[in-house]
Design a protein around this ligand. Sequence first.
Ligand SMILES: [Zn+2]
Ligand SMILES: [Zn+2]
Length: 103
Amino acid sequence: MEPGDRCLGIVEVDLYAPGLNFIFGEADISSGVAIISLFRLRQEGYDLPKDEGLFQDRAIKEAVHELGHTYHLSHCHDVKCVSFSNSLADTDIKGVSFCPKCQ
Ligand SMILES: [Zn+2]
Ligand SMILES: [Zn+2]
């Protein structure tokens, strides 16, 4: 990678971190590398009808969220900001963009 480059891994398997029952993704700020899992983003995983558009929205939001961490952004309190999130419900509420403060 060149200086300033970012690398995002996208995996199908469920991801975990110490002390958490699962994670949607994680980022390493110093290396500029992030990862997201698609495992918990599909409606079918919750016995709900398939929704490809919703799945893609969630994947984009989680990708932008983790890449934001590689630019030293921490979690935001603005529920519409892509840097906000703890649950899948949060992911569905928030937008795909950063709030003015995070931008
Ligand atoms: Zn985060
Ligand atoms: Zn924000």
